[in-house]
Design a protein around this ligand. Structure first.
Ligand SMILES: [Zn+2]
Ligand SMILES: [Zn+2]
Length: 133
């Protein structure tokens, strides 16, 4: 895995990173392409895909795999969890009480060395709730 500091920051890569960090919407690669294209009109979809993968592999951004068909990206690499709306598919952040260490709990109750965990909340977002009346 590459270190943050050894990752070469091309202009394209920097713009992708800036755009991703500016939103909390967890965009897909296609959505990132639309955002980046406003600043770099000549950029290709393939370039955006490739750079997102490199940024994710190096740990500078997160590639999140919430239920849904497409991979989404997150500029926030701090520990947090995700909520997904079953109606429109939007993904939001939720911060839980950091005092609850789920991995320590799981380790204490099993003989596993816990490496990581995945936790996803599923629900109906405020906008969809309002639409439903
Ligand atoms: Zn919704
Ligand atoms: Zn997030």
């Amino acid at each position: 895995m590459l270190e943050d500091t050894s990752l070469r920051m091309t202009r394209q890569r920097r713009v992708i990173l800036e755009e991703l960090r500016a939103v909390t919407s967890h965009p897909t690669a296609d959505e990132m392409y639309e955002m980046v294209r406003r600043r770099l009109p000549k950029v290709s979809l393939g370039t955006v895909y490739r750079n997102l993968e490199i940024l994710a592999e190096s740990g500078v951004v997160l590639k999140i795999d919430v239920g849904g068909t497409k991979k989404r990206f997150d500029g926030n690499v701090a520990v947090h969890h995700h909520l997904r709306c079953v109606a429109c598919g939007r993904v939001d952040d939720v911060e839980l009480d950091p005092g609850v260490d789920l991995e320590a709990l799981a380790a204490a109750r099993t003989d596993y060395d816990i490496l990581r965990h995945r936790l996803e909340f599923v629900g109906v977002c405020p906008a969809c709730k309002a639409k439903e009346g």
